[in-house]
Design a protein. Sequence first.
Lengths: 81, 240
Amino acid sequence: MKAKIHVTLKQGILDPQGKAIEHALDSLGFKNAANVRVGKYMEVDLNEKDRAKAEAEVKQMCEKLLANTIVEEYRYELVSP
Amino acid sequence: MNIGVVVFPGSNCDHDCQHAFRDVLGQSVRMIWHKETSLTGIDAVVLPGGFSYGDYLRTGAIARFSPVMGAVKTFAEEGGMVLGICNGFQILLEAGLLPGAMLRNRSLNFICKDVYIKVENAATPFTGHCESGQVLKIPIAHADGNYYTDPVTLASIKANAHVIFRYCDQEGHLTPEANPNGSLDNIAGIRNAAGNVLGMMPHPERCAESLLGNEDGRLILASMIEGLKKASQTPVAAAR
């Protein structure tokens, strides 16, 4: 089982990197681009076949280490090989 | 007093802290490798600045799980004084010993320069040598010093005088221009509810002697020694 995890700043929290990229896109002529948010993408291989158990474990990883839930939110998907 | 300076892989202000406490203030200093699990004989703990674990994932996110941090947490819960400077402050936030989190600086730049901070609360063991409202000139050096906390926590730390230092201009005005990194409410340093844990982004150890042209930081470090001496005269601390 592989977990694909995305961590981004919560909506409403200023993302200075996202803003910088947004300005760059705008200056390149991409006038439709708005609300750019920068985040982290992580892949974790899990030695666990039970989907429910894998999901519980990934959630714990996110809560404990991968995301700081004061300022960040996370989402993940589990993919079987 | 015995000051313990914790050394994480990537700490780089540990020797500055050692120098300030030992050579400038005449205290005994023990360097504590992050794998140690005992703080026996230590009167106060300093988490120094630097880039623990290369700032991977988030600043302080991995250091907070270092073996020594269990002992630091217990030490703090038992009332021991803990000072976190810069990366040390970030580690205290990640460890939950102080409320809130750090975001990337508003400008996205790593900022290394002298700033002015206002002493908002001089009635703490970390600021006893300062006066309330006093303006100190102390350098900052960080990329992630943009303090954030939720509105409820912010209201609470303000109401309870947990904000110890705020960025200001030379005259002490708390202006947006004087805020180098975008911190909520110009916050540069906060303490915990019990008052024995302080986190601050500016580096007092870098300006603690006349040789370096600025002694403002010495006020904070000397306050801490004074605070420790006072605490050691009370029965609670003596039993610890």
